[in-house]
Write a protein that binds this ligand. Structure first.
Ligand SMILES: C[S@@+](CC[C@H](N)C(=O)[O-])C[C@H]1O[C@@H](n2cnc3c(N)ncnc32)[C@H](O)[C@@H]1O
Length: 268
């Protein structure tokens, strides 16, 4: 897999994390849906995998979240008792993350940086989390190589991302971003060509001393017609984002057609 061509990368709006960076924790905000819809599954998944793979005490286990945004996932990791670091390129998002962690008495080290150039020495972390970020980066092979570099031997990478299928184009791009009847997300939040097929992910991991272990699909906990109904209610303003976010969760599925979560272990 190659770096994303400039004409494709220029279409994604990663500036939203600067412009809206103060809003991550506001309940009636689109990106706060990550907290209500996605965190329940992915936090449980991350906890299970870390407990399975990393045998050290939580208080001695170093976890890095790459692309931490406002700290919605980072805080859950810190609450589990791990030594937690988050990095992100967006200053406004990081400011929000720092402030929110202070308000909640959580010890988290936040730093500015990109996945392509992680500001840490080799073999620094037991765990790297990279959730809803890989489909946003300019140079995916470099990000995976950097994650592998900073992971200790036997350390684990846990990630989730979007698959590049006809179904993901229809659901994540057309319905969620483009078709006004249902669209509730910013129009350039995701660019379909930047989505990653599970096979591409497996190859990249293998090229970077990361032994792929599994992929689990994600799907809504309600039927698709019911989800469309709630999307429409949100799109026309009859539901707030907060109310919409209480209608369902993303849960584990055997189908990786839209999104998948997985992990890989580093071996020298
Ligand atoms: C959808 S948000 C996910 C935030 C967080 N991981 C979560 O799930 O709550 C995507 C994040 O990726 C960050 N990002 C964009 N390009 C990046 C890069 N090259 N390296 C690291 N993070 C990046 C953005 O600033 C944004 O905070």
């Amino acid at each position: 897999m190659q770096k994303i061509p400039e004409e494709i990368y220029s279409r994604i709006d990663n500036n939203i994390y600067n412009l809206e960076g103060a809003r991550w924790w506001q309940p009636d905000f689109s990106l706060n849906l990550i907290r209500t819809l996605f965190n329940p599954f992915r936090v449980g998944y991350a906890k299970k995998i870390i407990e399975q793979i990393i045998k050290a005490d939580q208080a001695k286990t170093r976890v890095l979240e790459v692309g931490c945004g406002g700290g919605i996932l980072t805080e859950e990791i810190a609450k589990m008792g791990f030594i937690t670091t988050g990095i992100d390129p967006s200053d406004p998002s990081l400011n929000t993350a720092v402030e929110h962690s202070k308000e909640n008495n959580l010890k988290i080290k936040y730093e500015k940086g990109t996945g392509e150039n992680l500001p840490f020495p080799a073999n620094s972390f037991d765990v790297v989390l990279c959730c809803d970020v890989l489909e946003h980066v300019n140079d995916l092979p470099k990000v995976i190589s950097e994650i592998s570099r900073v992971l200790k031997n036997g350390g684990v990478l846990i990630y989730d991302t979007f698959n590049r299928t006809t179904f993901s184009k229809l659901s994540a791009i057309k319905i969620l971003q483009e078709w006004k009847r249902w669209a509730i997300m910013p129009p350039d939040l995701h660019v379909w060509e930047m989505f990653i097929k599970p096979d591409e992910m497996r190859s990249l991991l293998k090229e970077n001393k990361l032994v792929w272990k599994e992929h689990r699909g994600l799907k809504p906990s309600i039927s698709y017609p019911k989800m469309l109904y709630y999307l429409h209610k949100r799109a026309i303003g009859e539901l707030t984002y907060e109310e919409f976010g209480k209608k369902f969760l993303m849960v584990e599925s055997n189908s990786t057609q839209i999104m998948y979560m997985g992990y890989a272990v580093k071996y020298e």
